[in-house]
Design a protein. Structure first.
Ligand code: SF4
Length: 425
């Protein structure tokens, strides 16, 4: 490529990365400002929901922020919130705030999730798991303070292991200062799962660049991704993940493997034009490809051009909707917009399963139907892919519109929030 052409392509790359980076930064700033405003004192009602005898919750007790819980003049125990102390701990996608109730002997009487940035389905599973709650109740502050789920030997909730571990770790981190301890969940944790995710990212990267023996290797690699990434660890990239990262920052300490897979999937197509995640890694993309290959030819449907155009715009329109929802705090369950939660099998919602089945069946009629006409995650990854032959074009116009939309919503966010608050969600 001529020198002038290379400079042009790199200018294009800088613009695309800057545009998308600005959109995510606006979401992050907005969320940080909102969290400060939304900090809620512990209320009597939420304590009574777990501890019926309580008559008074005095929110101002001691420098360590324990609210005093009492009844008829007698102190029953204390109530604490894990936020902001544990806001930097990330479960699957973001932090989880927990209300912690300690009895008069400084034992954990009960706890409840107040708010969580993790997928609502995972949070529900943790909140409803009596076995998990029973494993924590009754433990002393001395046991819990500074300890992690792993150190306490507490099994995670099936299908929501990271969210449940985050609940335990957050309680440990919040209680640590009561005994003058350090929380032990602050460092970078690289587990076997992370090593596997690094390997998946490297494998995808290698396949994106190796041409020889690519087809057979790719099929084998797809099987590995479907089985291990999809069914065993269920770490598919999705907007519920990217949205949470935009709201809370990249969780490179808590889930370095997943953060690396996300970074490789965004930055390699940006810098080289080669698609890593969609073309090599995504288990849902691989299943669609397999369904398309084995489905009888007679099922194929040729969509008219007049339908293909508007349909192809749907993924990016979904991205606009998601960015808007993140900026104005619309209570949108991002996991329900995509079929990836269905890979959790037993823990998946019916809506996710139905969407996954529908998208797979659709790919029998229209090859890669969901990738082409539905997937907002694919649209995000594709939006900054810049091959060396790229030119300024429609993709840049859409990115400019997305940037303008985000700036507008960021500027008018208070008005938008006030309007939404009056709606019957
Ligand atoms: S477009 Fe979506 S479903 Fe298709 S491969 Fe990419 S992420 Fe997976």
């Amino acid at each position: 490529m001529r020198r002038g052409g290379a400079v042009r392509v790199w200018l294009l790359r800088v613009w695309r990365l800057a545009a998308l980076g600005t959109v995510f930064t606006l979401v992050l700033w907005n969320a940080a400002a909102q969290r400060g405003r939304d900090a809620r004192p512990i209320g009597l009602r939420e304590v009574q929901a777990l501890w019926g005898d309580v008559a008074v919750v005095d929110p101002e007790v001691g420098p360590l922020g324990r609210a005093l819980v009492s009844w008829d003049g007698a102190t029953l125990g204390h109530a604490l919130s894990t936020s902001p102390a544990a806001d930097r701990l990330v479960g699957y996608a973001g932090p989880t705030e927990v209300l912690v109730l300690l009895d008069g002997d400084d034992r954990l009487r009960d706890f409840r999730i107040r708010e969580s940035a993790d997928t609502p389905g995972h949070v529900r599973d943790v909140a409803d798991d009596e076995r998990f709650a029973a494993a924590l109740r009754g433990r002393s502050v001395a046991e819990l303070a500074g300890a992690t789920a792993e150190e306490l030997g507490i099994d995670g909730v099936s299908g929501a292991t990271r969210t449940s571990a985050c609940v335990v770790d957050s309680i440990g981190l919040r209680l640590a200062p009561l005994l003058g301890r350090e929380g032990s969940a602050n460092g970078v944790v690289v587990g076997m799962r992370d090593l596997g995710l690094f390997a998946v990212a490297l494998g995808g990267l290698a396949l994106a660049f190796v041409r020889r023996a690519r087809r057979r290797l790719r099929r084998l690699y797809q099987v590995v991704c479907v089985v291990w990434l999809g069914l065993v660890v269920t770490d598919l990239l999705s907007w519920s993940l990217f949205g949470a990262w935009a709201l809370h920052g990249l969780p490179w300490r808590a889930t370095p493997g997943l953060a690396a897979l996300g970074a490789v999937s965004l930055l390699v197509p940006w810098a080289t034009g080669r698609s890593v995640y969609c073309a090599q890694v995504c288990p849902h993309g691989a299943l669609q490809e397999w369904v398309g290959r084995i489905a009888p030819r007679g099922l194929r449907v040729e969509l008219p051009a007049a339908v293909r155009g508007p349909l192809a715009a749907l993924p990016m329109l979904s991205v606009f909707l998601i960015v808007g929802a993140l900026l104005v705090g619309l209570p949108l369950d991002l996991a329900a917009l995509e079929p990836f939660d269905a890979w959790l099998l037993g823990a998946a919602s019916l809506a996710s399963i139905a969407l996954a089945v529908f998208t797979l069946l659709a790919s029998a009629a229209v090859p890669m139907a969901y990738c082409r006409y539905g997937c907002p995650t694919g649209a995000l990854l594709e939006s900054i892919r810049t091959p060396s032959t790229a030119r300024l074009g429609r993709r840049d116009l859409v990115l400019a519109l997305l940037l303008a939309f985000a700036v507008l919503l960021f500027t008018c966010r208070d008005t938008a929030r006030a309007t939404l608050a009056g709606m019957p969600w």
